[in-house]
Every structure is written in structure tokens, then in C-alpha cells.
Design a protein around this ligand. Sequence first.
Ligand code: HEM
Length: 208
Amino acid sequence: MAATHALFDLCAMPEYVGALRAEAQSALAESGGVWQYSIIKNLRQLDSFLKESQRVNQSTFLGFDRKVMSAIKLSDGTILPPGSLIMMPGGPMSRDPEYYKSPGSFEGRRFCSPAANVSDDTSKATARTTQDYTSIEPGNLSWGNGRFTCPGRWYGAAMIKLILANLLIKYDVSFPGGQTERPANTKYDTEVHPDFGATVRFARRQLD
Ligand code: HEM
């Protein structure tokens, strides 16, 4: 789903393609035409683009479902009794200005430089030290949080970057029929999906 969201975002915002393609081409050329983890990991612009795509297209509106096993007292005094079912508003958090500056706009380079993403409320400053696609910063529940944070995220991120980097190098992608906006996401229960019925046009590029 993350790769599909990013593909839709590339089709809808072709202005990002040039820089992302150049980054992928030069990384691959430097490594003699063979993808290696260290090279994939260093695709900084693609990393940021994917993290931003993930932020804007949060896969859950509500997530992090948990059942309280023993009473928990929150910092404001609220007590969650045993047996309570709780969820976190991952989608709204990813669009909360407490955590992200101008959260309503898609900024593909948001996570390229530490200063770029700091919220106006500096007490809630985000992502100064953790700018990677796989990092967990305040406001980001994309990979979960705490003890059960996704252990497969480095592998998942590397595969998604590999797919996108290859697509960027080998294809021009667009929506058919002059469509310029990405199709609206669909919702199932508390989950958010890309439109599985949407069509993307792939035109093979002439490679040097
Ligand atoms: C874009 C891709 C992925 C996303 C967005 C993602 C997201 C998540 C999230 C949000 C959780 C936490 C669920 C919770 O706490 O309730 C989780 C847990 C988990 N993920 Fe991923 N994941 C991805 C890819 C992968 C991959 C590729 C693997 C394995 C190769 C993987 C293995 C796991 C496992 C085993 C857990 C459970 C961890 C535990 O309960 O201790 N995930 N993932």
C-alpha cells in the first residue's frame, strides 16, 4: 500500500520526479549498476518523499488497538480500568500542527533537513533527530510505537525504496486520460487504502 500511495503521489506531483530520478540514477551509477542496501538507505530524497506520502496517507484513521490489562493512570489523572479497549488517532495526529508544520500540504522534502519539519510549537518539536522513513517521531504511528513497533520496517522500507527507485529510472508514470489528481483514498472500518481500482500508465523510458 505504501508503494501504491507513493506511485499515486508521483503521478499527481510530477514536479518531484526529476530530482528523485536523478538521485536514484546517480546512486546506482556510483555503485556500478548493482543495488545494495547501503545505497538504497542513502536515497535521502526518496526516503523523505515516502515518509511524507506515508504521513499524508496514514493507513489507519484509528490504530494501535489495545486492551487494558491492568489499570493505567494517565498524566491528567484519567484512569483506564482493566478491560477497556483503547485506540490512538493516528490519522488526525499525522495532520496535527502540534507535530508537523503546515501539515495540510504535501512537502516531499519535509524530512530532508532537520529544521524543515519542526513545528511552530517548539515544545512539541518533531523529528529533529529522527528524519528517516523508518524513524518514529512524535505524531507518527505509521509503524506503531513502543515495545511492539514494527520490526520489519527496515526491510519493508528498503523494498519500497527499491521498487520506487527502479520505477523512476525505467518508467514515466502518469494517470490516464489527462487525470492530474490522485484518486481519493478509500476507507474500510478504521483503515485507509489507496483506490485499488485506479489505473496508472507506465511508459518505458529510453535508457542511456
Ligand atoms: C510499509 C510497510 C509496513 C507498515 C506500514 C507496517 C506497520 C506496522 C505497525 C503499525 C505495527 C504495529 C501494530 C501494533 O502495535 O498494533 C507493525 C507490527 C509488526 N510488523 Fe509491520 N509494517 C510494515 C511492514 C512489515 C514487514 C515487511 C514485516 C516483516 C517482514 C513486518 C512485521 C511486523 C511484525 C512481526 C509486527 C508485530 C510486532 C509485535 O507485535 O511485536 N511489518 N507493523
